[in-house]
Design a binder for this molecule. Structure first.
Ligand code: SAH
Length: 213
């Protein structure tokens, strides 16, 4: 099953009304069928603007939040992007249309395997997957032009700040896991880091170590 023209139009309309106007971002959102990344019971709700459960007790983010985070990241075609929290692989698939290479990591091996299978099926060869605790980043592959974290930490993890290139941007939710979180954008300058707050959000927590599944 692929999404219908009407579902696509509806979803893009919703995303635009939430403030996503960047043409490249809208095109990437249009290019990736979210239904492929939501399996089982919830598949038929894949085109609604809401987060949905995926395997391992995790969630696929709300499409308008995926679009807003992608827009806030200001991704360019030559960028090397790190994503923490592969989950279903949907966000990584969107990023893959906008940049040179995506490095994505999750602490659950089975989520990474499923996402990798979907990237293979879709021919998204510029995504490299890792099973690792992403709060340490990927030091062997650093620095990154852009970093996107899709799980919430109390503060931006130090290793991720260190692996951001000067001039680079990181977008991430911060706050206590069960309280209100804020999406923030961090820009690395010659002198340090500039922070701005984007909007309230709710993400699963960034956890330590590998998951068991
Ligand atoms: N970007 C995903 C949404 C994922 S939900 C998508 O498009 O579907 C957040 C994900 O972050 C979960 O899959 C969870 O396992 C993962 N996660 C949490 N803590 C992590 C950590 N320390 N390192 C890597 N992944 C982590």
């Amino acid at each position: 099953m692929t999404w219908t023209a009407e579902q696509k139009m509806q979803l893009l309309f919703t995303i635009r009304t939430k403030g996503v106007t960047e043409k490249r971002v809208l095109e990437a959102m249009e290019a990736v069928d979210r239904g492929l990344f939501v399996q089982g019971l919830f598949a038929e709700r894949a085109y609604e603007d809401r987060p949905l459960p995926i395997a391992c007790g995790q969630t696929i983010s709300q499409p308008s939040i995926v679009a807003l985070m992608t827009q806030a990241l200001e991704v360019g075609p030559r960028d090397k992007v790190l994503e923490i929290g592969t989950g279903s692989g949907y966000q990584a698939a969107i990023l893959s249309h906008l940049c040179r290479r995506v490095y994505t990591t999750d602490r659950f091996r089975s989520l990474v395997a499923q996402a990798q299978a979907m990237f293979d099926r879709l021919g998204l060869t510029n995504i490299i997957t890792f099973t690792a605790d992403g709060s340490h980043g990927l030091p062997d592959h650093a620095p990154f032009d852009r970093i996107l974290v899709t799980a919430a930490a109390e503060d931006p993890p130090g290793p991720l700040l260190a692996q951001l290139r000067i001039g680079g941007i990181m977008v991430l939710p911060v706050g206590q896991s069960d309280a209100v979180q804020t999406l923030i954008r961090v820009r690395r300058t010659d002198h340090g880091f500039d922070y701005d707050e984007l909007c309230p959000v709710r993400f699963v927590p960034l956890l330590e170590g590998l998951g068991r599944e």
